[in-house]
Design a protein around this ligand. Structure first.
Ligand code: LMR
Length: 392
C-alpha cells in the first residue's frame, strides 16, 4: 500500500530550522522560522508564563478531559484583548473555542466555512505558506490577489476587488496585523474601506490574527479587525498565542465566530465542536491554562504586557537600524523601518538567498523573508555587509 505514496518535500520553513542547527559556523545568523529572539539570540519562556506554570503545577487538581472546546476560561479571558474590553461578545454575538495553535484555528475556520458552503478562498499573496497548504488539503479553491504594491504599501484595490466581486460561496482570508511574510499592513483608512467592502458584499471575512501586540500594541493591532467586525453580520477569527505569549511548541490558539445572533452562534459551534472532535478531539491544555492564569491575575498580566513591550521595542530598534543603514547592495532597506511585526521580505532571488546561506551562514526563507528578531546589534553589520556583497 505504501508504494502508492509519493515522497513529499519537507515543509521549507521547518526544514530551515534543521539546516541552521547543523551548520557549525559560530557566526551563523538564523532569520528563518518566526520566533522572537533576544539580543543574545535566545527565545526564552516568558517570565509571566513561568509564573503561571508554577501556579498550574501547584493548583491543578485533575487532567481529566475538558471537551473539544478546551479551556473556556482561557477563551473568555482573551476576548477583551481581541474584541475590546467594553463588550467583548458584541452583545452575545461572539463566542470561541480553544484550538491547537493558530494553525488549528485556521484549519477549523476553513473547514467550518467549507461545511457552510464556502468553496473558494481569496487570499493576498505572498502569504504564510501554510495557508495554501491547508486550503489544498481541504480541497478548497484558492484564488490569489497581490497583497502589496511595488511602492511597499498594501494593495487596497486588490483586496477590495476580491471582497466586492465575489459572493456567498467565497471567503476572503486576511491577516489581522503584522502581515506574514511582508510586514506590510493595511492602514487604518484601508481597514475602513475593507470593513465597508465586506458590509456591502456577501463575501465572508476570515481574519487570521497571529501576532497581536508585536506591531504597535495590543489595542492598536486589533483596531483594523474590530472595524470589520463592527460592520459585518458574520466573520471567523483565527487567533494564535504562539508569538505574543511565546507559547510556540505548546500550541495555544483560539477560534472565534461572530454570528448574527445567539442561535446562529450555537449552531456554528455545534458544527465547530464536531469538526474539532473528529480532527483532534480536544486541544492540548497546558499552554492555554497558563494564559488563563495570567489574564485572571493583574500582576501577571502587567508582567506579560511589559515583556511584550520589550519584544516590540527590540524589533522596532532593529527596524530603525535597518532603515538607517539605507541600503545594502541594490536592496533598499528603508521600507523595513515602517513595516510591522516579525517579518519583512527582501527583494532578492532564490539564488541569492542560497548564496547568503552557503557563503555567509545567513538563513532565511527562499522567498527572501527575514525574521527581524534574528538580527541583533552584534550581527547586523555582518548581515548588511553580506547582503551588500550578494545583492549587487
Ligand atoms: C512562521 O511563519 O515562521 C511561523 O508562523 C511558524 C510556522 O508555523 O510557520
Amino acid at each position: 500500500m505504501l508504494d502508492r505514496l509519493s515522497p513529499q518535500a519537507p515543509d521549507a520553513l521547518l526544514a530551515l530550522i534543521r539546516l541552521h542547527a547543523a551548520d557549525p559556523r559560530e557566526d551563523k545568523i538564523d532569520l528563518g522560522v518566526g520566533v522572537y529572539r533576544t539580543e543574545d539570540g535566545a527565545t526564552p519562556v516568558f517570565a509571566a508564563i513561568k509564573a503561571a506554570e508554577q501556579v498550574l503545577l501547584d493548583t491543578q487538581e485533575s487532567k481529566s478531559y475538558l471537551g473539544p472546546e478546551g479551556d473556556m476560561g482561557f477563551v473568555a479571558a482573551l476576548m477583551p484583548y481581541i474584541f475590546g474590553a467594553g463588550d467583548p461578545t458584541m452583545g452575545g454575538r461572539i463566542q470561541g473555542m480553544q484550538t491547537p495553535g493558530g494553525t488549528g484555528a485556521v484549519r477549523l475556520a476553513l473547514a467550518l466555512a467549507q461545511k457552510a458552503g464556502i468553496t473558494r478562498v481569496c487570499m493576498g499573496v505572498p502569504s504564510w505558506p501554510n495557508h495554501a497548504q491547508i486550503l489544498a488539503d481541504l480541497g478548497l479553491e484558492l484564488v490569489t490577489f497581490p497583497h502589496a504594491r511595488h511602492d511597499g504599501t498594501a494593495d487596497l484595490d486588490a483586496v477590495l476587488d476580491a471582497i466586492e466581486q465575489n459572493g456567498p460561496d467565497t471567503a476572503v482570508l486576511i491577516h489581522g496585523c503584522c502581515h506574514n511574510p511582508t510586514g506590510i499592513d493595511y492602514t487604518p483608512d484601508d481597514w475602513d474601506m475593507i470593513a465597508d467592502g465586506f458590509a456591502s458584499s456577501s463575501t465572508f471575512p476570515i481574519i487570521d490574527t497571529a501576532y497581536q501586540g508585536l506591531g504597535h500594541g495590543m489595542e492598536e493591532d486589533a483596531a483594523g479587525m474590530r472595524k470589520v467586525l463592527a460592520k459585518v453580520p458574520e466573520a471567523f477569527i483565527a487567533y494564535s498565542c504562539d508569538k505574543n505569549f511565546g507559547q510556540y511548541r505548546d500550541r495555544v490558539g483560539a477560534f472565534y465566530v461572530l454570528a448574527k445572533d445567539a442561535g446562529a452562534l450555537d449552531t456554528a459551534f455545534s458544527n465547530a465542536n464536531a469538526l474539532a472532535r473528529a480532527a483532534w478531539s480536544m486541544p492540548p491544555d497546558h499552554g492555554g491554562a497558563a494564559v488563563r492564569i495570567i489574564l485572571r491575575d493583574a500582576t501577571m498580566t502587567a508582567q506579560w504586557l511589559a515583556e511584550l513591550d520589550t519584544m516590540r521595542a527590540r524589533m522596532r530598534q532593529v527596524r530603525d537600524a535597518l532603515a538607517k543603514a539605507g541600503s545594502a547592495g541594490r536592496v533598499d532597506l528603508t521600507p523595513l523601518g515602517h513595516q510591522n511585526g516579525l517579518f519583512s521580505m527582501l527583494p532578492i532571488t532564490k539564488e541569492e538567498v542560497a548564496t547568503l546561506r552557503e557563503q555567509h551562514g545567513i538563513y532565511m526563507a527562499a522567498s527572501g523573508r527575514i525574521n527581524i528578531a534574528g538580527l541583533t546589534p552584534s550581527n547586523l553589520p555582518k548581515f548588511i555587509a553580506a547582503l551588500a556583497a550578494v545583492a549587487v
